[in-house]
Design a protein around this ligand. Structure first.
Ligand code: BGC
Length: 370
């Protein structure tokens, strides 16, 4: 009788403890237990997504909801597995930045089947109706600002223009290029620039705007795949093939900071390149140092704190049964996805300190020579 009571008491204590662990576990990246919001990011191999992870952690430290962040390491299979892991942990909202926007359809459809609300984060998920919301920067303006910088710094006429693009698996790569093309095209048509490295782009030089198929052909020639090594190899190949009149003072449309730094290094080491103006985006710390050192011309600063705040705000509203506020929509090939969009800022040497240090995005001590 006494022994029976003791073991029931013990069982009760164990059950209580298990319930406690389940309630606490999973909070802000812990494992095990229930999770309300699952976050899936594409890779740890680029500074950009580590920045997002950190900003999510900062913003989540005082939410009452439990969350978990998983990385897909550039693999759609891993991404699907991550989503399944989070579904099994009982998430109600999924915030996902896909590695491959089309392939991610299957993963979010699995989530949708479980009644989970899906928020595409930074990159749109295409050709599925299983996306509920989209939080994004103004990506067309990112491309337009990069291009405008090249136009504003053009030297004379007939200046060689080297074009590079992101990965064809990323819907943003198309939007960035579309935005850039609309600004560059009139300056190609009037002879300010001559395209140095894409026969597809040259063939389209009189088209004011491009279809997705046309952009796809150009991306096919000048993609970096968002990979610094691929960017470096392409730049080397282009410079080896370039005739003397495609060297001298050149302009380079580089899609983001990681690829910009490696393309810049290649151009800097070619003696026939007298000067170059090169774009970027993300305000990677490494690129801010390049800008301070005069090795990269500009970057487009996308304040990840805002995107994270918008994504979490949206998730919390959904958890509370409310309808999040949106500012527009993006068509993903299947539906118009309601979207919340954030502005971007051009940063060059003259305003680095004001935009990135004074705004407390980075510390002054992160850099030398500022
Ligand atoms: C993001 C960029 C990033 C790129 C490569 C894009 O979808 O918008 O910020 O540099 O992917 O990861």
């Amino acid at each position: 009788m006494k022994r029976g009571f003791k073991s029931i008491a013990l069982l009760l204590v164990i059950a209580l403890f298990a319930a406690l662990v389940a309630a606490c576990g999973g909070k802000n990246g812990g494992s095990g237990g229930k999770v309300s919001v699952g976050i899936v990011l594409p890779t740890k191999d680029e500074e950009r997504w580590l920045q997002d992870e950190q900003r999510f952690k900062d913003a989540l430290s005082d939410t009452k909801y439990s969350t978990e962040i998983l990385f897909s390491q550039g693999s759609s299979a891993k991404e699907k597995e991550n989503v399944e892991t989070l579904i099994n942990k009982g998430i109600k909202v999924l915030i996902i930045c896909p590695f491959d926007g089309a392939a991610a359809g299957a993963a979010v459809e699995a989530a949708k089947k479980e009644g989970i609300q899906v928020i595409a984060y930074d990159r749109l998920i295409t050709n599925t109706d299983a996306v509920d919301y989209y939080v994004t920067f103004d990506s067309k303006t990112v491309g337009a600002k990069q291009a405008q910088y090249l136009v504003d710094h053009a030297k004379g006429s007939g200046q060689p223009l080297y074009l590079y693009a992101g990965a064809a698996t990323d819907n943003n790569a198309f939007i960035f290029f579309e935005g850039a093309w609309e600004v560059l095209q009139p300056k190609i048509a009037d002879g300010t620039f001559k395209i140095a490295n894409s026969s597809e782009a040259t063939a389209l030089k009189d088209s004011k705007s491009l279809t997705r198929d046309q952009i796809s052909k150009i991306i096919g020639q000048v993609t970096t795949n968002w990979d610094a090594n691929e960017a470096k190899n392409k730049a080397q190949t282009h410079l080896t093939a370039a005739s003397a009149d495609m060297k001298g003072d050149v302009a380079i449309l580089a899609p983001n900071d990681g690829t910009s730094r490696s393309i810049a290094d290649v151009f800097a080491s070619d003696k026939a390149i007298t000067s170059y103006v090169i774009t970027g985006q993300d305000a990677d710390k490494a690129s801010i140092q390049y800008i301070i050192d005069g090795k990269q011309s500009m970057t487009v600063f996308k304040d990840v704190r805002t995107l994270v705040k918008d994504a979490i705000g949206m998730a919390v509203e959904l958890l509370d049964g409310k309808t999040p506020e949106t500012t527009g929509s993006y068509n993903n090939g299947k539906k118009d996805v309601k979207a919340k969009q954030t502005d971007v800022i051009v940063v060059e040497k003259s305003n680095v300190k004001q935009e990135l240090v004074d705004s407390k995005y980075y510390k002054e001590s992160d850099f030398t020579g500022l």
